[in-house]
Design a protein around this ligand. Structure first.
Ligand code: SF4
Ligand code: SF4
Length: 215
């Protein structure tokens, strides 16, 4: 899921300078799961905005704010409250914020920073495992992603800084390339070590990404 965190209150207030009436939007998916923009956080944001002299015209939680049509439908269901607002404060990832801005001409205020695509170790503890590079190398690296887990994103590691299996960039972490080597050895296959990996072709990722699946 997309891991996000709330922006500082100072930044929010600066962005909202001169605006009084605001409508709040949260997301029932990732932002709820990582406690940055679910029901509770929207409620707390409402309380804080009121204390800061703003008037909240209403609020809603969209099931998945990144769903453009659902976002539009939910905005229409709150038409009067949305129209009264001078700005829409959105507690969703950047994709969710843009679903809202695509559906409304109002000023949209992003209340969160989107951090990374994260795996959940346990509640409140998230780890980045994949950088969405567009050409996955996991089949050759024993299921461990060097693009993301190696601090330098090396494709032919380890680098010269690895020391006793630890990463030079963060000695608390095992070197991703040592992990890959050991796992491949356990599996009795050379994997990626039987070739020199060419620099990644980032055009495979493409920005902005588009994919249309025909049924
Ligand atoms: S190689 Fe690319 S797609 Fe595969 S896990 Fe790593 S970043 Fe993600
Ligand atoms: S020590 Fe290993 S994980 Fe750290 S930057 Fe070098 S190759 Fe990457």
């Amino acid at each position: 899921m997309i891991i996000s965190a709330q922006k500082s209150r100072t930044e929010l207030l600066e962005t909202l300078e001169g605006k009084i009436f605001v409508f709040l939007i949260g997301c029932g998916a990732c932002a709820t799961a990582c406690k940055s923009g679910g029901e509770e956080e929207v409620f707390r944001m409402e309380e804080w905005l009121c204390d800061a002299g703003k008037e909240v015209t209403g609020s809603m939680i969209i099931d998945e704010a990144c769903h453009i049509m659902r976002a539009g439908r939910d905005l229409r269901q709150h038409k009067a409250q949305v129209e009264k607002a001078e700005a829409l404060v959105v507690l969703c990832c950047g994709a969710g914020v843009q679903s809202i801005s695509q559906n409304s001409p109002k000023q949209v205020v992003a209340a969160l920073d989107s951090l990374f695509l994260g795996n959940i170790r346990r509640f409140g503890q998230y780890e980045e495992k994949c950088s969405l590079c567009g050409s996955c190398i996991l089949n050759e690296t024993a299921g461990i992603c060097p693009v993301t887990n190696c601090a330098k994103g090396l494709l032919n590691g380890p680098c010269g800084g690895m020391e006793q299996g630890r990463c030079e960039a963060d000695p608390d972490l095992d070197c991703a390339w040592v992990r890959i080597f050991e796992r491949l050895e356990e599996q009795g296959r050379p994997g990626v070590f039987d070739r020199v990996v060419e620099p990644k072709d980032w055009t495979a990722k493409g920005t902005p990404g588009r994919r249309h699946i025909k049924s």
